[in-house]
Ligand binder design. Structure first.
Ligand SMILES: NC(=O)c1ccc[n+]([C@@H]2O[C@H](COP(=O)([O-])OP(=O)(O)OC[C@H]3O[C@@H](n4cnc5c(N)ncnc54)[C@H](OP(=O)(O)O)[C@@H]3O)[C@@H](O)[C@H]2O)c1
Length: 322
């Protein structure tokens, strides 16, 4: 497991399910490698569990705990988090809901940002700050080790140079010392990926990518060629207006009806169908949306559906990734 179970780690069945999401052991879209790990392709992103603006305590604490337990009970074995969600709140919820962590649960975090007491997200990406960020994650999660930690780059348009190399070196050291099993990079360009992969093994890339924003297609393609997991953040669209437009899009809605699914499920199924190295981490505060999102793994796109989505959301014109 990504996080140290500690003595007395219990079996998954010992966790309360807390919700109507069922199917522990479901296939959840098959699996893909996350470095030395192998995780199911439908996972869960925990950012939404913090209060509004990803700051402070959740609106409904009990439901937040139930969502986490329901995700694991449904077979989710990949949870994305960050110390700066809350800040600290989301990691603490994960610990409260799931500790002792079941074997096989990959907890993945990210470093290079922090929040001050007022809430705004601040850069915290000097090598010593990255190390501190990893240690803070371990402390709030109550974990001895994480499955992977992403270096969250602030500006993907910046040319990576010596500072980037020094940041990577800090993560390599943490991996060498056994604090993390794998190194990921997030919010990056293809140039960052090539530079990082030339220096060390990269197990995952986490970039914005969804039907409405496919700018990272080149990064996805490069990850596919290198058998690196690509983890799209905001898979349902970002910011909120984009998500609203996407999920109320008439073409998506009609396709969803034809496939017996919801628009959100089709948006997620499209990602699963696009490339085998895509791992999903949609975020939600509710068990109802959690169940819906995990159900996307059971939605099968046919050729007509693929063609319609490609036509209607036209950036997917690069061939060869299916
Ligand atoms: N590396 C990075 O820089 C970075 C940046 C952002 C996010 N992330 C990670 O990526 C994960 C996913 O991104 P995200 O949570 O921002 O965005 P998302 O998964 O695209 O969308 C989450 C939003 O959609 C709503 N939603 C969820 N399921 C829905 C459904 N079935 N139908 C309708 N609405 C639904 C949620 O509201 P409800 O709560 O009401 O369901 C929430 O407002 C995050 O949780 C976080 O772990 C990483």
């Amino acid at each position: 497991m990504g996080a140290d179970a500690g003595p007395g780690a219990g079996p998954l069945a010992a966790q309360p399910t807390g919700g109507d999401v069922s199917g522990n052991g479901r296939e959840l879209g098959g699996s893909f490698a996350l470095g030395p790990w192998r995780v199911r392709r439908a996972g869960y992103g925990a950012m939404q569990l913090a209060g509004d603006g990803v700051f402070g305590p959740p609106r409904d604490r009990d439901e937040a705990l139930r969502v986490l337990r329901a995700a694991v009970a449904a077979g989710v074995d990949h949870i994305d988090t960050a110390q700066y969600y809350g800040a600290g709140t989301v990691n603490e919820l994960i610990r409260e809901a799931l500790y002792p962590y079941p074997d096989g649960l990959a907890i993945v975090s990210k470093v290079a940002a922090r929040r001050d007491t007022g809430g705004p997200l601040l850069q915290s990406d000097e090598p010593n700050e990255l190390r501190q960020g990893i240690e803070d994650n371990l402390a709030t999660l109550g974990a001895g080790r994480l499955a992977a930690v992403n270096l969250r780059v602030m500006d993907p348009s910046e040319t990576p140079g010596r500072q980037f190399d020094a940041q990577l070196a800090a993560l390599v050291q943490a991996r060498d010392e056994g604090l993390i099993d794998g190194i990921g990079i997030s919010n990056i360009s293809r140039q960052h990926l090539l530079r990082a992969a030339a220096q060390t093994e990269i197990v995952c890339v986490q970039n914005l990518f969804n039907l409405a924003d496919q700018q990272s297609l080149d990064v996805l393609t490069e990850c596919g060629a290198r058998t690196i997991a690509f983890v799209p953040f905001c898979p349902l669209g970002w910011p909120g207006e984009v998500r609203h437009r996407l999920l109320t899009d008439p073409v998506l809605a009609a396709l969803a009806v034809r496939l017996g699914a919801t628009p959100a499920q089709v948006a997620l199924a499209w990602l699963l169908d696009l490339a085998p190295n895509i791992l999903l981490i949609p975020g939600t505060r509710t068990r109802a949306h959690l169940a819906e999102n995990l159900g996307a793994a059971d939605v099968r796109l046919d050729d007509a559906a693929r063609a319609e989505l490609t036509r209607h959301f036209p950036i997917a014109r690069i061939t060869g990734i299916r």
